[in-house]
Design a protein. Sequence first.
Length: 257
Amino acid sequence: MDEVVISRAIVESYMKDFIGAMDVDVAIAGAGPAGLVAAYYLAKDGIKAVVFERQLRVGGGMPGGGMMFNRIVLQEEGKRILDEFDVSTSEYEEGYYVADSLEAVSGICWKAIRAGARIFNLISVEDVMIREDDRITGLVLNWSAVSWSKLHVDPLTVRCKVVVDATGHDAEVCGIVVRRMGRRLRTRTGDVLGEKSMWAERGESEILENTREVFPGLVVAGMTANAVLGSPRMGPIFGGMLLSGERAAQIAKALLK
């Protein structure tokens, strides 16, 4: 085997995919469960969707389950989503289902890619593009290692029609819109309200309502939605995250029309 051929194969195939991701319908920041599920439902309907994840691995907080026990809990509606991804679940008691968090992440990621979504890890969203109509039209990207190393390296950009912020607790894209761009979100104060302390029942019940367009062209999903709208976190029950990803895809599709 020739090392140079191996290297060329990696670089050429990656760059082909990356160039193809520079002008898409929907760009998703964060490859947690909500972001991956949104990407799957979009790609499944023939919409050009790409996910940018700053970490090495995908799945957000899902792989760690609860306190590093790699199990997650779902309610009946959340189980419906995992059933679509062929992830096995077992009923713990009525209304509570348990799944292996690693199987769940692997299954969702695999089917999202097979549906046509493109996922790029180790890439951070550094900024957004907002044009004259005060609408987000793209993301500004850099290698995660650049920001971690505090290197002064200029970023690159991708264009899209809709952005989904699925960056989790930190709500990174929404934070950029407020703090760097000086814009107001569609929240009570115009700012990121911040998540409240853990309350699984309320967090799960409010996440779908919170999954919405909070700025022209910007949809929030998963824990980002609860963080932006000021709802509680819910811990290792993940049904709401999956349902929020499905809902974000529906909203993005409506906005594309």
